[in-house]
Design a protein around this ligand. Structure first.
Ligand SMILES: [Zn+2]
Ligand SMILES: [Zn+2]
Length: 320
């Protein structure tokens, strides 16, 4: 009996060591294999037109979280803090002003409190001025924002929606179905029926290396493309300015620019906590990576990379 117990303990110890080794391995720097994933990456000839309308763009920093670089992408340094910014993007188009994501809102504590235990432990968040308040401080009535698009429905992107009670919330129908089909962490399940949601489809055919798109005003200035994986309805927004400057907001596809630059995914543990479909995320990362290679001047903005947020005009300044 004693012998059997000893053997069982030895095996259990071995399994534990193996599991820990595997976990450690999942944090080791590793690039994604770009050459192995060229499928669906032919570029359509949709370069922005010369007669783009006068569109302005500004970023509002609305909260931050402190985490670890090593947790943010495979290759991030151990022991190095990563400042993860929450942001709302204000776009002013001649036809309307709208937001892309809402950042931390006035009620963010309740949203953070509704998170599962482990995520709460990892989310060391700091409040900043919510987007609605920043607009007010800059002479823009929050009530004038009638439409808010979201990159996806996670708490750190949607808590600010409550500060715009009259606004229509726009997301791909795939994201709405995703919310309905899954028990999402946070308050979104309670919020969703109170929000004025209007879903959309990517009905405008290929754009760059994406097979579907939505050219919002049919003038080439604002183009949404699907970026599924993190959630089913995750999406990205191109903003093409008259000056020739181009931006691509990629939501949580990667938390840091290195993710799409290297390219490298999140380590296994982070993926298990936040991503719905790893393989789709990898495919989408490579898509954006190839796009960056083709257009070195394209400003790619991960939703949480504060270093990039610092390079984009912040309210009251605008990119034009
Ligand atoms: Zn997310
Ligand atoms: Zn996020």
């Amino acid at each position: 009996m004693k012998k059997f117990l000893k053997l069982a303990l030895k095996i259990a110890g071995l399994i534990l060591i193996l599991a820990l080794a595997l976990l450690a391995y999942s944090f080791i720097p590793m690039k994604l294999d770009v050459a192995a994933d060229q499928n669906g990456n032919s570029f359509s000839s949709t370069t922005p037109s010369a007669n783009l309308p006068e569109v302005k763009l500004s970023l509002m920093k609305a909260g931050k979280m402190l985490s670890q670089q090593s947790f943010s992408w495979r290759g991030g340094k151990w022991g190095e803090t990563y400042e993860s910014g929450m942001a709302a993007i204000l776009v002013e188009h001649p036809q309307m002003s709208f937001l892309y994501d809402a950042g931390f809102g006035a009620n963010v504590d309740a949203h953070a409190n509704a998170m599962p235990w482990l995520m709460k432990k990892l989310a060391n968040y700091v409040k900043e001025v919510p987007a609605a308040e920043q607009l007010r401080q800059n002479g823009i009535a929050p009530e004038s924002i009638k439409t808010i698009f979201i990159s996806h429905s996670h708490w750190d992107h949607i808590s600010g929606l409550e500060d715009f009670p009259g606004a229509e919330v726009r997301m791909p129908s795939a994201e709405m179905e995703f919310i309905r089909a899954h028990k999402m962490p946070g308050l979104i399940d309670q919020m969703i029926d109170k929000l004025n949601v209007k879903t959309f489809e990517f009905t405008d055919g290929p754009y760059e290396n994406f097979d579907r798109s939505l050219d919002l005003f049919k003038d080439g200035s604002i183009v949404f493309v699907p970026l599924p994986g993190h959630t089913d309805g995750s999406n990205a927004m191109f903003v093409n300015l008259r000056s020739g400057k181009r931006f691509l907001f990629i939501g949580d596809l990667t938390w840091a620019l290195e993710g799409v630059q290297l390219p490298a995914e999140r380590p296994w543990m982070a993926r298990k906590l936040v991503d719905y479909d790893d393989a789709e995320v990898r495919h989408a990362i490579i898509k954006v990576h190839l796009l960056m290679q083709k257009y070195p001047d394209l400003v790619v903005v991960p939703a949480h990379d504060r270093r990039v947020h610092n390079r984009v005009a912040n309210l009251p300044n605008f990119e034009r």
